[in-house]
Design a protein around this ligand. Structure first.
Ligand SMILES: Cc1ncc(COP(=O)(O)O)c(C=O)c1O
Length: 356
């Protein structure tokens, strides 16, 4: 069948990919096919549609019978909505200093969610019970925002991955202090691929209360979901999305994308591939003298330190970002559509620029 006619024109080269972000990738063709399936006819708006209803079954197949998904537009929105659901007006969230909610969300948790963040420096983006204790105190002190939630990212902003036991220890510690645990799972699929376990093994099974489940970096056009794993003590989710401008009227188009990813194994295929490309990249980079890999490569990111001038020259050939420009640290991200050839050409270019 011929594709439908359109007056739009292509404005980019679909063969050009870089290492700047998994958000630079397009949508997976299977997701686009699912969107076309969900098109046509009228469906009830704001989440009362057949696709959102079906998504609940898909989510329960991953996270068990008490799980409920609340689709949203983006990851910042998911985090802001989720954290509001588990904090009072006087509440605070303990997170890593490097957390996306702290450094990359434009202050939305504070300004939109009205939430105080209590941040802790970490060596590798991961919190531990000991690190949490630096901020977990003063529940009776009216001069201090009350720690009510611990938020961790899986995988972390630095590309590292918590083991299920590490998350269990965090949950037990947080719960013992009456705090809930939120996981920013913008790259939850990448963590599952690395750990090679089902999603529930390092979420519900170890005590996580709610999470932000990523779709965009995993091959969706856009769309994520807050997943409440255990509704006990989690209030007002129904109202929080609209209040936070995250309630999609045509929600079927968010839900069907998540269904396309999660109903079978597309989420895992995509995440595994992105992770494998990061491993290939790390292997290639390790063979280049003078380039240091900064953190264990456990998902789809490689962080490296190299001479500033080399990075600048390389950036003229491939897109990527400095992570800490003063230190010469860069971040290279792989996506579900990164090819072996992309990686090999990048490593060859790196070698050339290092030798100049
Ligand atoms: C760890 C993490 N959380 C959340 C997000 C979601 O952000 P956005 O609001 O851009 O979808 C990102 C995106 O880069 C991320 O890396």
């Amino acid at each position: 069948m011929n594709p439908p006619r359109t007056d739009a024109r292509r404005h980019h080269d679909p063969e050009v990919r870089g290492f700047a972000s998994d958000n630079y990738a397009g949508a997976h063709p299977e997701v686009l096919a699912a969107l076309a399936l969900a098109n046509g006819g009228h469906q009830v708006a704001y989440g009362e549609d057949a696709y959102t209803e079906n998504l609940q079954q898909v989510i329960r197949s991953h996270f068990g019978p008490t799980a409920e998904a609340f689709p949203v537009f983006n990851g910042t929105g998911a985090n802001v909505v989720a954290l509001q659901a588990v904090t009072d007006r006087w509440g605070a969230v303990i997170c890593a200093e490097s957390a996306h909610i702290n450094v990359d969300e434009g202050g939305a948790p504070e300004r939109v969610g009205g939430i105080k963040l209590l941040t802790v420096p970490t060596p590798d983006g991961k919190l531990t019970p000991e690190l949490i204790d630096r901020e977990a105190y003063g529940w009776d002190d009216e001069h201090r925002a009350m720690p009510q939630v611990v938020s961790i990212a899986q995988s972390t902003e630095l590309g590292t991955v918590y083991t299920p036991d590490e998350i269990r220890a965090i949950c037990e510690h947080a719960h013992a202090h009456g705090m809930k645990v939120h996981v920013d799972g913008s790259r939850l699929a990448n963590a599952a691929a690395t750990l090679d376990v089902p999603l529930r093994t390092f979420t519900n099974a170890v005590g996580v209360d709610l999470l932000s489940l990523g779709g965009t970096k995993n091959g969706a056009l856009f769309g994520e979901a807050v997943v409440v794993l255990d509704p006990d003590g989690i209030k007002h989710m129904k109202h929080l999305r609209k209040l936070s401008m995250q309630l999609a009227s045509k929600m079927r188009f968010v839900s069907v994308q998540l269904e396309a990813l999660l109903a079978r194994d597309l989420w895992l295929r995509n995440a595994r591939h992105a992770n494998e490309m990061a491993q290939r990249l790390a292997e290639g980079v390790r063979a280049v003298h003078g380039v240091e890999i900064l953190y264990p490569v456990q998902s789809n990111a490689v962080f490296a330190r190299l001479p500033h001038g080399v990075s600048e020259r390389l950036q003229k050939r491939f897109r990527f970002y400095f992570w800490d420009e003063a230190a010469g640290d860069v971040r290279w991200m792989c996506a579900y559509d990164t090819t072996e050839d992309d990686v090999d050409r990048f490593v060859a270019a790196l070698k050339e620029e290092m030798a100049r």
